[in-house]
Structures are given as C-alpha cells and as structure tokens.
Design a protein around this ligand. Structure first.
Ligand code: CAA
Ligand code: FAD
Length: 379
C-alpha cells in the first residue's frame, strides 16, 4: 500500500484546479444568484475530457480511473458544486449506466455523444411519491410489443432542461414489484415528453432541477437497458458509483471552505493578532483538517475498490455519509470563522454552506446510506 498519487493523477488534479480557478470562479456568485446553468463551462469540460472520464476511448471517453474522477470532482466542487453535479450525473450515473449495462447499439448511439460532452444526460429515478422508497414507482412503461408506452412524472431531475438523453426508471409489471421495473433511454423531444418548471433551490442553484412529465411517450423496445425487469437493479448498481461522485463533491465543498477559512484566519486581526492565534479558532481549523482528511481517505478508498474490481457499495455509502456530514459541519464553521463577512456573498463560504446541504439528501439521504451500510454489515 502506498499513499501517493501517480504523476498522471497529479496532472489531472492540476488541470481541474486550474479550470476551476480560471473558468468556474469568475461568475460563480452570479450564476448562483440568477440560477444560471453553466452551459459554456460544461462545454469546455467536455473538451477537456471530463464529461466521460471513465468511459472507454472507443466510445469517446477519456479511459481514466475512478481515482482521477474523484480528484477532478473534488477540485471542481471546491469552487462550484452547481457545475460539479452536472459532471457527476453525466459521468457516474448516465455514462456508467449505459457503458456497463447498455447494448452495443445504445453505446454507439447514446454513449458516444455523452462521453464527449456533446450531449448531457439525466438520471430519472425519483418521483413525487418515490424518493427514498425508490421501488414505489408510479411511472408506468406498458409493453406494447415493439415499444413501451411511458406515462408519469419524475421529480427533482438534475440537468432536467439541459439534457438530451434521459435514463428513465418505470414500472412495467406491477405484480412483479421491483422485478417488474425497467430502465429506458428517452430522448428529449420524443412526443408526449414535457419539462416542468425549474425548482428555486437553497443551494446548487446553477444546476437546473426540473420535474419531467411523460404522456403516452412511445419508447422503442431497443431503448430498454438490460433484460426485462432489470431496471431497479440497474438503478441500484449505478448509484453505487454515483455515490462516490457525490462523496467527492462533498469533500470538495468541505476542502474549499476550509481553504478559505484558513486564509481568512491568518489575515483577519482582532485584539491585536490574527484570529488564527486565538486557540479556539486554530482548534476549529485542526478539527476541520482532520475530518476532511478522513473523508478524503474514505472517498479514495471507495474509488480504489471500484478501480480494482472489488465490491464498493458499502465503501461508497460510507464515504458519502461521512463526507456529506463533514461538508455540512465544515462549511458552518467556515462561515463562523469569517464572522459577519461570512454571511455575505462575496466571501463564498455562505454559498458553500448552502451547497453542502444537498450532499446529505441526493443520491440517497444520509438515513438511506445507513440503511445500505447496515444491510451490508448484517447480510
Ligand atoms: N446492487 C444490486 N442489487 C441491489 C442493490 C445493489 N446495490 N441494492 C438493492 N438491490 C436489489 C436487492 O437485492 C433486491 O433484489 P432481490 O429481491 O432480487 O434480492 C432489490 O434490489 C430490492 O432491494 P431492497 O429490498 O433492499 O429494496 P428497498 O425497497 O428496501 O430499498 C434502498 C432499498 C437502498 C432504500 C433503495 O430504495 C434506495 O437506494 N433508495 C434511495 C434512492 C436514491 O438513492 N435515489 C437517488 C436518485 S438519483 C439522484 O439523486 C441524482 C442526483 O441527485 C444528482
Ligand atoms: P423522502 O424519501 O420522502 O424522505 C424524507 C425524510 O425521511 C428524509 O430525511 C429521509 O432520510 C427519511 N426517510 C425516508 N425513508 C426512511 C427510512 N427507511 N429510514 C429512515 N429515514 C427515512 N433524483 C433523481 O432521480 N435524479 C436526479 O437527478 C435528482 N437530482 C436531485 C437534485 C436535487 C437538488 C434534489 C433536491 C433532489 C434530487 N433528486 C434526484 C431526488 C433525491 O434523490 C431525493 O430527494 C432523495 O432520494 C430523497 O427522497 P425524497 O425527497 O422523496 O425524501
């Protein structure tokens, strides 16, 4: 075992760090305030090969490992979690899902433009009545012979109005429970598919979250991923890797807030000395650094297990559970260290605090991560 990144990992990390400073930082406050989707930035991320990082180059991907992916997610999230969630959904849910479980035709048609960043993908599992309880699908995909007839509503869909390719989970045979669920590739513009209003959110406001409505949408049979009834397992297996991406996002939000708080504590003076010379502030920084380091090790371990073909469901849920709680704690303390300045937008930490909260909710809430972890331990 060695705790060192390769030269290649360090180069990828530096490229993401430079991109975050030069392309994401300018305008990040404005995008948050006006809920503006980072379209230009996402296009450039595609050009850098960051939209299909782990995809085989034969499908236009960058052929990198999961360690590289979490390094990039951390660096982007230090500055702009609204952009990094677009990267996370496209890479670890949509591209991963199609590459690992899709047919050769689906990879040619849908994966290639997603991996190159030419198109953006969305992953549509949640519904108004089915969030944590993901097997309770109300969206139906009725088998009509050569196509499925899709009806229902999906909620909270990231990239809702920016995507072109949507992986939609729906119930085909209710009598079979979760074994009657399918995953379908739905194209934007298919007749009967409409996009609802954008959610006005607490955090990740640059990311576009929408409900989606399907009314008698005809989805060709060849757009089903895997065997009939594989849809729920498809969603669960895909989310195992997705949760590593969100754990890395949480880690980035925490480390971004920590870097700002450390710099500020050295500069701001009270009672004739920098506030970092007051032990209580220095100890806050020590706690933040320790917890971030633990979160980083957990995120890297989950990525390493995935890269080495070992089971990673438990490690990924543990990393997401821990890193998201560290993100919340760290960002609250970073605002505190900034005093009144932390409460205004120019100092960035209030945004990081608002963005941190979503990492405890999406891709399975913290409570659901405990369900997954405890089931893994007890099985
Ligand atoms: N791999 C393979 N199969 C799995 C699996 C996995 N990781 N997890 C569960 N399954 C299988 C089970 O084995 C079971 O199949 P069998 O009956 O054949 O054994 C089947 O799936 C049903 O599993 P459970 O009985 O465990 O189902 P449950 O109803 O108790 O729910 C749950 C389990 C873990 C709570 C699940 O519903 C869940 O993960 N909920 C959270 C949903 C979620 O994370 N949503 C995220 C949406 S995407 C998103 O949020 C993106 C974003 O924001 C950016
Ligand atoms: P509920 O499931 O109703 O949970 C409410 C509360 O009860 C939570 O605290 C929960 O932890 C707790 N709870 C529920 N069940 C249990 C239990 N068994 N044990 C203990 N506690 C429990 N979904 C997608 O499919 N695709 C996306 O791209 C996507 N993007 C999102 C983006 C944003 C900004 C948001 C807010 C959500 C997004 N989601 C997406 C949905 C997200 O995954 C769900 O919100 C999440 O899974 C929780 O579901 P829920 O909101 O229905 O809460």
């Amino acid at each position: 075992m060695h705790f060192q990144f390769s030269e290649e990992h360090l180069m990828i990390q530096q490229a993401a760090r430079d991109f975050a400073q030069t392309e994401l930082k300018p305008g990040v406050i404005e995008r948050d305030e006006h809920q503006k989707f980072p379209a230009e930035q996402v296009k450039k991320l595609g050009e850098l090969g960051f939209m299909g990082m782990m995809v085989d180059p034969k499908y236009n991907g960058s052929g990198m490992d999961a360690i590289s992916y979490v390094l990039v997610m951390e660096e982007l999230s230090k500055i702009d979690a609204s952009t990094s969630v677009v990267v996370s959904v496209n890479n670890s849910l949509v591209c991963f899902g199609i590459e690992h479980f899709g047919s050769e035709e689906q990879k040619e048609k849908y994966l290639k433009p997603l991996a190159s960043g030419e198109k953006i993908g969305a992953f549509c599992l949640s519904e108004p009545e089915a969030g944590s309880d993901a097997t309770s699908q109300h969206t139906t995909a009725i088998d009509m012979g050569d196509h499925y007839l899709l009806n229902g509503t999906k909620n909270w869909i990231t990239n809702g109005s920016s995507a072109s390719t949507y992986l939609v989970i729906a119930q085909t045979d209710v009598s079979k429970g979760h074994k009657g669920i399918n995953a379908l590739i739905v194209e934007r513009g298919m007749p009967g598919f409409t996009i609802g209003l954008k959610e006005n959110k607490l955090g990740i406001r640059g990311s576009d979250t929408h409900s989606l409505m399907f009314t008698d949408v005809k989805v060709p049979k060849e757009n089903r991923i895997g065997e009939d009834g594989f849809g729920f397992k498809f969603a669960m297996k895909t989310l195992e890797g997705g949760r590593i991406g969100i754990a890395a996002q949480a880690l980035g939000i925490a480390s971004g807030a920590f870097e700002l708080a450390t710099q500020y504590a050295k500069e701001r003076k009270t009672f004739g000395k920098p506030i970092s010379d007051h032990q209580i502030i220095a100890f806050k920084l020590a706690d933040m650094a320790t917890e971030i380091e633990a979160a980083r090790l957990m995120v890297l371990k989950a990525a390493w297990l995935k890269d080495n073909g070992l089971p990673y469901a438990q490690a990924s849920s543990m990393a997401k559970l821990f890193a998201s709680e560290v993100a919340m704690k760290t960002t609250v303390e970073a605002v505190q260290i900034h005093g009144g300045y932390g409460f205004v937008k120019e100092y960035h930490v209030e945004r990081l605090m608002r963005d941190a909260k979503i990492t405890q909710i999406y891709e399975g809430t913290s409570e659901i991560q405990k369900v997954v972890i405890s089931r893994e331990i007890l099985k």
